[in-house]
Design a protein around this ligand. Structure first.
Ligand code: NDP
Length: 263
């Protein structure tokens, strides 16, 4: 039997086992996807080997450590500096990042996007900024504090804090902060967010399964909106695809994982 796991701290609320087990069952694969809470990030790779895993996903707060520990990192993960998918290849563990492409899949249905504003400068913002750059979408980063902006500045993004920001029109506004996750906060001052939405076309919040104040306000401005559910779905689809060396049809994986959200 093939074994897969989600690694993080905490992991008990992770929906990944539901997504992946749904695909494993649907494809009649003798495999199981479990949860493993890891508090000491130094134990990521040793746990991967001890559990004899074929593949794993990594979530908060271990994505950067996973990047450091892999035997090899492939694709966009190299530019992002974070890994959310581990795949066993012989005796080696290869790291990938599927959050970035998962996000891009999720925004495809919006249509043409040329400019974007990312609120927040954490790990998720890094993945999103890199994929937007890959698709030649001009992107500005707006964060509460300056300390996390150096990663983005080094890659040539326009970076602002709340104090230095003057809004101009953007096609897409993305909330990558955790504001609204377990509180009712906006990711920046409400007055500022209103002036941003006034001239925007679309809004996206990486938080899922919750109507955040950010999305509520975007709807008041009649912007087509999405939460992070599809991003989560597609990062899972792409990870599954990597676990099986792209052997299965991506649309089939998607159709098997999607109903797991409704359970
Ligand atoms: P990080 O901790 O790396 O970054 C958090 C960012 O949010 C920082 O820039 C921080 O600013 C900012 N921030 C936090 N609280 C506030 C606030 N109250 N007001 C304004 N800014 C704030 O987090 P991650 O990037 O790892 O995760 C962010 C979110 O993305 C989480 O909600 C997570 O659940 C979600 N997520 C969703 C995924 C999906 O598939 N849909 C995938 C991965 C994550 P500062 O630098 O000033 O502290």
């Amino acid at each position: 039997m093939l074994l897969f796991s989600i690694f993080g701290d905490p992991v008990k609320h992770s929906i990944s086992p539901r997504l992946h087990n749904s695909a494993l069952n649907g494809l009649d694969i003798d495999g199981c996807y479990v949860r493993k809470a890891i508090t000491d990030p130094k134990q990521l790779l040793s746990t991967f080997h001890a559990m004899k895993l074929t593949g794993a996903n990594v979530t908060v707060p271990h994505k950067e450590v996973a990047y450091e520990q892999c035997d090899e990192v492939r694709g966009l993960a190299n530019e992002i500096g974070a890994v959310n998918t581990l795949v066993k290849e012989g005796n080696r563990v290869i790291g990938y990042n599927t959050d970035a492409e998962g996000f891009y899949e999720a925004i495809k249905s919006f249509g043409s996007i040329k400019t974007a504003l990312i609120l927040g400068a954490g790990g998720t913002a890094k993945a999103i900024a890199v994929i937007l750059k890959t698709h030649a979408i001009t992107t500005t980063i707006l964060n509460r504090s300056a300390s996390r902006l150096s990663f983005f500045e080094a890659k040539g993004f326009t970076c602002k804090t709340w104090e230095t920001f003057n809004p101009v029109p953007y096609d897409l506004i993305i909330n990558t902060t955790s504001a609204g996750l377990s509180d009712e906060e906006f990711p920046c001052e409400e007055r500022l967010l209103k002036s941003i939405f006034q001239e925007a076309t679309y809004a996206f919040d990486v938080i899922y399964n919750k109507q955040t104040p950010f999305l509520e306000l975007a709807q008041k401005y009649h912007l087509p909106c999405k939460d992070g559910k599809e991003m989560l779905l597609y990062q899972g689809v792409l990870a599954f695809n990597l676990f099986f060396a792209k052997h299965y049809d991506i649309k089939t994986i998607e159709s098997l994982m999607r109903p797991a959200f409704e359970l």
